[in-house]
Write a protein that binds this ligand. Structure first.
Ligand code: SF4
Length: 349
């Protein structure tokens, strides 16, 4: 088994909010105690609805924001408390690609200067000729022509700008690239080109990716393993095959039931979730999904579920899979949704 490049333990990212009760501090719990690992060379997809904390988690891993609590261990180094000086060497190992390529590129800098900047800052090229050669090499790696170096971000299409963003991340030859919704601002026809480019570069440079997206089809296309997030926590983690063929968490089942299948002969029941995602300022007690879960039981309102292994490389945070807990009782269920993935504990009854 490949070793872990990244290990995240109990990571929290809280933001204080004003206007709470007097004498009581109120926080938005954007990321609320997350644990996961990413193996060297894999693509770990993070998926969830807007506001679930996935982008905040990506920024915290890259230390673009200071985590409130928890550990971030990158390539064996604990980096959560590193200051900006200490982070300089780490920046060579981890880079981020952003959702909006236009906003992330300085409009006053030419592409040559945008790509030269990380090379100079990290001492990876010296002298004009070496820098220019490396800029051209980077442009070619992302499928762009040499003359594009002289142009400015506004002269490019969205897809080309995202290629420039990827080339900038590539410049320092990082071990880990955190890509936050890298194709969601692009036309569908361009999305697959950028995804294919990212897959190609991964093979060539042996990157590890964390790929964050709300679109399950996009995540399926590129990921090896996937974590599903809901309101600041993971609810299910599995390799791609297990997650898409056999989703076990009621939230994942609902998300996947909404993904259209191109074959008109394949029919599936859509699971409609009631209500909106609750506020991260005052999340529900127990299992945070209990206010929308079609399989909610009494215990779910009181106790947060632990992580249960339900198969090879397949983990779920749900009381339905706690076979040893007598409080987990099918009769408590309020309106079980139809699906073919009932847990073993349920089937045996
Ligand atoms: Fe639903 Fe309970 Fe499982 Fe949460 S723990 S997903 S509320 S069954």
């Amino acid at each position: 088994m490949a070793e872990d490049l990244l290990k995240v333990e109990g990571l929290k990212q809280y933001y204080p909010v004003s206007g709470g009760l007097p004498g009581k501090k109120t926080f938005v719990k954007a990321v609320d105690g997350v644990d996961f690992e990413v193996k060297r060379g894999e693509v770990f997809g993070i998926v969830g609805e807007s506001g679930c904390g996935k982008s905040t988690l990506g920024k915290a891993i890259c230390k673009l924001i200071e985590p409130t609590d928890g550990k971030i261990i990158l390539d064996g180094e604990e980096i959560q408390d590193y200051n900006s000086n200490q982070m300089r060497s780490v920046r060579k190992k981890v880079q981020m690609v952003f959702q909006d390529p236009y906003a992330s590129l300085n409009p006053r800098m030419s592409v040559r200067d945008i790509l030269a900047e990380p090379l100079i800052v990290h001492g990876l090229a010296k002298g004009k000729k070496e820098i220019d050669d490396k800029v051209v090499e980077l442009l070619r790696a992302v499928g762009m022509d040499d003359y594009h170096a002289r142009r400015y971000p506004h002269e490019f299409s969205g897809g080309q700008r995202q290629r420039i963003g990827i080339a900038r991340a590539l410049a320092v030859r990082p071990q880990l690239i955190v890509a936050d919704e890298p194709v969601s601002a692009l036309d569908v026809s361009i999305q697959s080109q950028v995804l294919n480019l990212m897959s190609k570069l991964k093979k060539e440079y042996n990157f590890t990716y964390i790929f964050i997206a709300h679109d399950l089809s996009v995540v399926e296309h590129i990921s090896d393993r996937i974590g599903v997030m809901y309101l600041g926590n993971f609810v299910e983690e599995a390799n791609k095959e297990n997650l898409y063929k056999n989703p076990m968490h009621p939230y994942t089942q609902a998300l996947l039931s909404a993904v259209p299948i191109p074959d008109p002969n394949v029919k599936k029941d859509r699971i409609i979730l009631e209500g909106n995602i609750p506020s991260a300022i005052n999340p529900p007690s127990g299992c945070k999904f209990h206010t929308r879960c079609p399989k909610c039981m009494e215990i779910c309102k009181r106790e947060a579920p632990k992580k249960y292994q339900v198969g090879d490389d397949h983990f779920v945070y749900c009381h339905l899979y706690d076979k040893d807990n007598p409080a987990v009782n099918k009769t408590e269920s309020k309106s079980p949704a139809k699906d073919t993935n009932e847990p073993e504990a349920e089937k045996e009854k």
